[in-house]
Write a protein that binds this ligand. Sequence first.
Ligand code: CUA
Length: 193
Amino acid sequence: MAISPPGRIIWWNEPVERTELIWIVIAFLWGLFMFGFMIAWHFVGGQNLNKEAYRVTPSGYEEKVEQFAAKYKVREEKGIPVVKPGAGAEVYLLGRVWQWWPILELEKGRSYRIHISSADLQHGFSLQPVNINIQVHPGYEHVITLTPTEAGEFGIVCNEFCGLGHHTMTGKIYVTDQKKAGGENRFAGGDRP
Ligand code: CUA
C-alpha cells in the first residue's frame, strides 16, 4: 500500500499488493500459453498454414498474375475475370488497392499451390468463413498448398488497414464439386447471369 507522500515515493521499493501479484502471475502465464499456441495452431485447427516465401518485384508479380488470368479465364464477373486453373497449374492471386484479383474457381478435393502477393501496400488475406489468414507484403510472394474440402462460395476480405477503400477490398473463390451429378452444381452450371 502506498502511504508515503508522492514526492518521497521510491516506487520500486513499494511492496506489491498480494492480489496485484496474483494477477501479474496470471497475466504472465496466460501470455506464455498464448505464445505457445501460436505454434500449436500449426497442428490443430488448420488455420496457420505452412508457407513458402520468395522475393519478387511487385510489377514482376503483377505480370505473372495477368498471364495466369489470361491463360485460364473462363468468364467475367463485373469486369473481373473468373479463372479456373487446369490440372497441376500454379495459381496466382494479387492483392492491390482495393481488390483481390482475379476471382478463382477451384475444384474440391484437388490440391493447389496458391501464390499470393501485393502490388502496392501491405494487405491481409483473410478467407471466410474458414478463417485462413495470411499477411501479404509487396515484394514477397507467399506460396501455400491448399486443398478445398467443401464446395461453395468463399469470400476473401482484407484484414490489414490499407487506406480509404480498405473496407471494400474483397475477393472471391468458388469451389466446385466435379463429382456431383453430371459435374454440375450452382457454381459450374448455367444458372449464373
Ligand atoms: Cu487491403 Cu485493407
